[in-house]
Structure formats: structure tokens, C-alpha cells
Design a protein around this ligand. Structure first.
Ligand SMILES: [Zn+2]
Ligand SMILES: [Zn+2]
Length: 341
């Protein structure tokens, strides 16, 4: 079978690999569509693990099922979550599923950017979801990224009527925009350096958009919140500048959600004195568990989030390198997906 192998950001090759063998409690899925995630573009995060097959937002059809597989059949259309928690360890029993030791050890093989992939038993049992008939494979690829954003809102404890600022309007920033309205935000301000992305954020519910190259975000947020600042700030851009801007618009007692990691070795200076007296809460949210993927599926199915509207570019598996280049360089792109055809 054909797979797209990541050697480096500039070197993604189509290679041949044997079709994976499955055990009696596993399934083999023919990939139909798989999204490119922001983390697939973080060279520092991947280069120590390369060469590898990326792709963790896959949807496809079951083409083989082991003899002990229950509840799933050949022909079922499925979304598969690449990581699943054990549900019983100290982290899991405290609800911190994405910090579970097993979370990282579980993975689809070889990855989503392949003609076929094997789904290990834990992934099948805990977080493989059947795609409803009316949803396309493309739409189902958004389950994982939307799940990540749902988790961020749940962790942040947003309240109805809150003011929300979202910094960075890439795919997840735009998803956060849509979710802010679903979770009851009264006002959502979105900031990004690219106007195309701000227009997308407006389509997905932003009340106010700001391009910091032309306007001062702090001033805009002040004006929009009667001088108080935002109740919740979500930083979805991987830069220290974005975090500084986030802290400057967060109200006293507000929450700042860390949603995008910066490069290793980059630090944000925080004064414990200022943090103490401002009581700003810093809340990181990494990845998504089996709980939020189900919510994400419901949100897409019900039309509360227009998953299709987030996809701007589609490429064939053979053109995965070009797909990555587009996701990385084209500032008029949001979700880029790879199709197996
Ligand atoms: Zn991801
Ligand atoms: Zn666990």
C-alpha cells in the first residue's frame, strides 16, 4: 500500500509499505479522508521521531475485522481516535485522560496518511465512532480537532454571558469561535494577523475581529468590555507575543487557556505578585479524550458546527507533500485534508 512518510517538513515522500496485519480483536480501515493538524506542522515536535507516518484525524471504512470484534462490521464508516486512555489509572480516575500513560502509547498503525491503517483493540473499544449516514468522511475528520476545542472550553469553565477573546484564527481558533457561541458567550472578539482568517471567524460567529497590525487589541477589548477585560482568553497561536497579548486583555479573576504550545526554550515571564493580585487563572488544555470526541460528533451531526465550512483545501494522498506546504504557507487556508483516491 502507499503511505506518505514524513522525513522532515520539506521532505514528505510517498513510499510502499505492506498492508498491516490485524489481530483477532482489531480492525483494518481503508482511509478515506484525513486532516492535517497544526501539530503536524511543528517541525521541532516531529524531527526527533522522523521518519514516521503522520495523520491523526482520519475517517474511513472498515475492510477487515478480527474474529473477536463485536459491534463493528466490514463496511462500517468510522472515525478513529489515535490515542485512548486506560480509564483506570490515577490520571484517568481524576478525569485527566490525556495525561494517562497509555494515551501516548496507543496509536493507529502506521498513521492516517496511508491507504490503510490498523486500529488496535483499545482504540477500537474506547474511541472508534460510527459516522452517521448523513455525514461525509471529510466532515468526520473534524471530530478530533473539534474535540480538542470542546475540552478547552470545559476545562476553562466558561459561563453563559461571558466575554471571550480568541487569539489566533487558524482552524482551531475558528472552531473556538463557533464553540464560544454554543457555550453561551455574549461577546466574542477574535484576533489574527491575516484578514482571510478574520473573515472566516466572522462567518463562524465572531462579534468583533481585530488585526493587531492595524488596531490595538487591548484597546478594542477594553472598549468592548466596559474597561473590565475578557472573562476568558484562549490563545490558539504558538507565539510568546500571543500569550503576552492574551494576558493583557484578560480581566482580573479571568481565565487564560493555553491551547497552542510554543517552541521549546521559549518562556513567558510572569510575576507571581501580579498573578497573585490579579487572580488570573492559567488553564492549559492538551488534546482530547473519548468524552469530547462524542460531543464533537453530535455538534457536527446536528449542524451546530459547520464542519465542511472549515475545509479550504483537499489533496490526494499522492500529493501529501503539497498538502503540507499549503497548510504551512498558504495564509488563505484553514483545514487542509488528504483524500485517498
Ligand atoms: Zn491534532
Ligand atoms: Zn489512565
Amino acid at each position: 500500500m502507499k503511505v506518505a512518510v514524513y522525513h522532515s517538513q520539506q521532505d514528505i515522500r510517498i513510499e510502499e509499505m505492506p498492508k498491516p496485519e490485524i489481530c483477532e480483536d482489531e480492525i483494518l480501515v481503508e482511509m478515506k479522508a484525513c486532516g492535517i493538524c497544526g501539530s503536524d506542522l511543528m517541525d521541532w515536535y516531529l524531527k526527533t521521531r522522523a521518519p514516521l507516518v503522520l495523520g491523526h484525524e482520519p475517517a474511513g471504512v472498515i475492510v477487515k475485522a478480527g474474529s473477536k470484534v463485536r459491534d463493528f462490521n466490514v463496511g462500517d464508516r468510522v472515525f478513529v481516535h489515535h490515542h485512548v486512555a486506560c480509564l483506570t489509572c490515577h490520571y484517568c480516575t481524576h478525569g485527566d485522560y490525556t495525561l494517562c500513560e497509555r494515551f501516548h502509547r496507543t496509536n493507529i498503525k502506521p498513521g492516517g496518511f496511508a491507504e490503510y491503517f490498523r486500529v488496535p483493540a483499545p482504540n477500537l473499544q474506547i474511541d472508534t465512532l460510527k459516522i452517521p449516514e448523513k455525514l461525509s468522511f471529510e466532515e468526520a475528520t473534524l471530530i478530533e480537532p473539534i474535540g480538542c476545542c470542546v475540552r478547552a472550553f470545559r476545562k476553562s469553565g466558561i459561563q453563559v454571558g461571558d466575554s471571550v477573546v480568541i487569539i489566533g484564527a487558524g482552524t482551531t481558533g475558528v472552531i473556538h469561535t463557533a464553540l464560544s457561541k454554543i457555550f453561551g458567550a455574549a461577546k466574542t472578539v477574535v484576533s489574527d494577523l491575516f484578514d482571510f482568517r478574520l473573515r472566516m471567524a466572522e462567518k463562524f460567529g465572531a462579534d468583533v475581529t481585530v488585526n493587531p497590525e492595524r488596531e490595538d487589541l487591548t484597546e478594542v477589548v477594553k472598549a468592548e468590555t466596559d474597561g473590565v477585560g475578557a472573562d476568558l482568553v484562549i490563545v490558539a497561536a504558538p507565539s510568546i507575543e500571543a500569550y503576552k497579548a492574551g494576558l493583557s486583555v484578560c480581566r482580573k479573576g479571568g481565565k487564560l487557556c493555553v491551547f497552542a504550545p510554543t517552541k521549546p526554550g521559549e518562556y513567558l515571564q510572569i510575576s507571581p505578585k501580579e498573578l497573585f493580585f490579579s487572580e488570573i487563572q492559567i488553564i492549559p488544555s492538551y488534546s482530547t479524550s473519548h468524552l469530547e470526541t462524542r460531543t464533537a460528533l453530535e455538534l457536527i451531526k446536528s449542524g451546530r458546527i459547520n464542519a465542511k465550512g472549515l475545509i479550504t483545501h483537499r489533496f490526494k494522498l499522492a500529493d501529501t507533500a503539497e498538502a503540507f506546504k499549503t497548510a504551512l504557507e498558504n495564509k488563505e487556508s484553514l483545514k487542509v485534508i488528504v483524500l485517498n483516491r
